[in-house]
Design a protein around this ligand. Structure first.
Ligand code: A59
Length: 238
């Protein structure tokens, strides 16, 4: 995808998001708002132009899958509707390359606000040479709002929401002592999910914050369980 006009932005946003995802939660006023087993979800309360754009950061540890597998299923258009419960309709507008696609998604309406749609590029990549401790290479999927001449914002019934989302994963392998092949029991995947969503038009702060508080933990739990189930009987994708 390196020759496409979006490439400089894709490259910049992905590397910025990877850096942002790897920042510790120590600084920056993050507020823990949900916990479930190994999953911890944090938010910062921020408004832009009177609209709630609370940045969200979730960290999770999942056994039995690799970061490549986690990112593969998050990126894959074919399976999106199997796990993404906020989406009513999804279209791939452009396949820029094997690792880069442009999506138009119509989301379920969040009463009493107007229905939203999102139009974004999605890019998956392995990031070599940056490693935490004894981890494997990072895998990242980044979704970032973009424009498309055939689908201008707010031209139909939906209000266009604007998002920057990243899923950053790292695999840790604890090899079997007896030198036999690695199995899924030896795999641990550390996940960081970051999202900033601008609702694109007025929506009551109380409604939005309630939706996020309820939906984001369900979303990450459902998605990670989906990947565990899909991978269980398949060869490991390192
Ligand atoms: C007033 C409504 C404001 C918008 C609410 C909303 C916020 C975020 C998102 C969302 C968009 C993309 C991602 S992703 O991780 O990139 C995966 C690809 O789909 C994740 C979440 C959607 C929705 C829109 C509707 C809605 C409906 C049910 C519950 C919650 N939301």
């Amino acid at each position: 995808a390196t020759e496409h006009k979006l490439w400089p932005e894709i490259d910049r946003v992905c590397l910025e998001q990877l850096h942002y995802a790897r920042l510790n939660l120590g600084e920056g006023g993050w507020q823990l708002f949900a916990e479930d087993g190994e999953m911890r979800m944090y938010k910062r309360e921020e408004e832009v132009g009177g609209m709630v754009v609370d940045p969200l950061k979730a960290v999770h540890i999942v056994k039995g899958v690799t970061g490549h597998e986690m990112c593969h299923y998050f990126f894959s258009a074919d399976v999106r509707m199997d796990w993404e419960t906020t989406v009513e309709q999804m279209t791939v507008l452009e396949s820029i390359a094997e690792d880069t696609q442009v999506f138009l998604q119509i989301h379920k309406r969040v009463w009493p606000a107007a229905q939203r749609d999102s139009l974004f590029w999605s890019h998956i990549r392995k990031v070599p040479n940056i490693r935490d401790e004894d981890g494997q290479d990072f895998w990242i999927v980044c979704n970032h709002s973009t424009e498309h001449q055939d689908f201008p914002a707010n031209s139909g019934k939906c209000v266009r929401l604007f998002l920057t989302v990243c899923l950053v994963c790292q695999t840790f392998i604890d090899p079997p002592k007896d030198g036999t092949d690695i199995t899924r029991d030896n795999l641990t995947c550390k996940i960081t999910y970051c999202s900033v969503v601008n609702p694109g038009g007025w929506a009551p702060a109380s409604v939005l914050r309630a939706v996020y508080k309820r939906e984001y933990p369900k979303f990450l739990k459902r998605f990670t369980q989906y990947v565990i189930d899909q991978c269980a009987d398949k060869p490991i994708m390192f």
